[in-house]
Design a protein around this ligand. Structure first.
Ligand SMILES: C[S@@+](CC[C@H](N)C(=O)[O-])C[C@H]1O[C@@H](n2cnc3c(N)ncnc32)[C@H](O)[C@@H]1O
Length: 419
């Protein structure tokens, strides 16, 4: 048998009977409810069981994004969405999901309360069909409510089992490269149930490739995309961000409106896998390119007091391929006067936990309320803040509140109907 016929090729069955390691039931790494439903099947089943990790609060949106890609039946859970798809779906999910930070492909699921169980469960995966001794690997680990409590130890034990299995089969072992591995393995232990996955994204999907430098408090790209999606903005009315900083909200909005895939500027982990289907991938990218449209002048605008942040915003826009399609202005919030009788205004003010102190910010939040009330009639206002005390100073009644997380900081996206 040729070497390539041993390679994991989701969607194709190998000539020899595969080992029984995976599960047919999509399992969220954050739950073990499905443990009793585990049905061992071939890891080369044509269906890939995937899990897209998303910021908390964005799970339903991610399921809707998958449905829009033709991937139905996604199950939103806490911090992610479980779904089944084929290789084309996996590639498209990585390219197109705006809210997800990574897409994992599950290989194995087993009960695990001891180092020996961990080693045996990982060792049972035929790693030699996924990783050659010449390739590099890294192991990421997350643990919750389990007997094994040290993530560094679990990652190390997992790595040992992987490289031992490859050495037994090939005579030599791959090296570890934590910075830029060919294959990133993900171990998730929750309530003594261990899920082993391949990370098909590689670098986090937040890293779109357009942000070259960071300003003081940039919003994560996935969170900015989540905020824009929650506003329901569809590109038919103007969108303005009067405190745009490095422009993450305008850029994510523009990528959406221009139908540019968020991952168009970057590579993905699956491109270094042995089973990478270049032709399929190039077809998916070519299809995406056909749908891109140019945005009309004035559709998306950003404003900020900080010239340095605006400089970064301009560079991000250029790198994102959106030059001339978002316009930025150096302006204080008190001078913000949106044009047109309707639109969406999104503000992400400082909220005292990372920039400035609450005392200094009360006046700013009062100003946000004043400006929205006086100058944004007919528009819909949104404020993303991690400080509910400060939010009271806006002085307007929110018609809706969404709970979101900016890293570990619990935030609210507050909606204001401005009459
Ligand atoms: C939390 S940051 C926004 C970050 C932005 N969403 C990003 O991704 O880079 C808040 C921004 O508000 C700006 N800002 C603070 N006070 C302002 C004011 N009175 N008028 C306009 N902008 C202001 C700051 O310069 C800062 O860039």
């Amino acid at each position: 048998m040729s070497k390539s016929s041993h390679i994991l090729r989701p969607g194709k069955r190998p000539a020899k009977p595969p080992e029984m390691i995976a599960t047919r039931v999509p399992i969220s790494p954050s739950t073990n409810k499905s443990a009793s439903m585990t049905i061992p099947i071939s890891y080369l089943n044509s269906t890939l069981n995937c899990f897209a990790a998303v910021p908390r609060g964005a799970e339903e949106l991610a399921a809707a994004e998958l449905a829009a890609l033709g991937i139905s039946g996604a199950q939103p859970g806490k911090g992610g969405v479980a779904f089944s798809t084929d290789r084309s779906g996996l590639y498209r999910a990585n390219l197109w999901l705006r809210t997800a930070s990574r897409v994992l492909v599950q290989l194995a699921l087993f009960p695990c309360s001891s180092p020996a169980e961990l080693y045996a469960g990982v060792h049972a995966v035929p790693w030699q069909e996924l990783i050659t001794p010449e390739m590099t690997l890294a192991v990421d680990c997350s643990l919750r409510d389990s007997a094994l409590t040290h993530s560094g130890f679990v990652a190390l034990k997992t790595k040992d089992a992987v490289v031992d299995r490859i050495r037994e089969s090939c005579g030599s072992r791959p090296n570890v490269d934590t910075a830029s591995p060919d294959v990133r393995i993900n171990v998730h232990l929750h309530k003594n149930l261990c899920t082993i996955s391949l990370d098909s994204s590689g670098d986090s999907l937040d890293r779109r490739g357009y942000r070259l430098e960071r300003n003081e408090a940039p919003l994560r790209e996935t969170l900015a995309a989540t905020v824009v999606a929650l506003t329901g903005w569809d590109g038919s009315v103007p969108l303005a961000d009067p405190m745009c900083g490095s422009g993450t909200i305008p850029v994510e909005a523009a990528l959406m409106a221009a139908h540019i895939p968020p991952g168009f500027q970057r590579d993905f982990g699956f491109q270094r896998w042995l089973d990478f289907d270049k032709e399929l991938w190039e077809g998916i990218c070519a299809d995406a390119e056909v749908g891109i449209r140019r945005l009309p002048v004035g559709l998306i605008t950003g404003y900020d007091l900080d010239n340095r942040a605006l400089l970064l915003a301009g560079r991000n826009v250029a790198k994102a391929g959106l030059e001339g399609q978002i316009h930025f202005f150096h302006a204080a919030l008190q001078d913000f006067r949106p044009e047109g009788d309707k639109g969406v205004v999104i503000l992400n003010p400082p909220y005292g936990k990372r920039l400035g102190e609450d005392d200094d910010l009360r006046e700013l939040y009062c100003q946000i309320g004043d400006v929205m009330k006086k100058y944004c009639r007919g528009w819909t206002g949104y404020v993303l803040t991690g400080n509910l005390e400060l939010a009271k100073y806006i002085g307007l009644k929110a018609s809706r509140r969404y709970v979101l997380f900016n890293g570990a900081i619990e935030c609210r996206l507050l909606k204001y109907d401005l009459y």
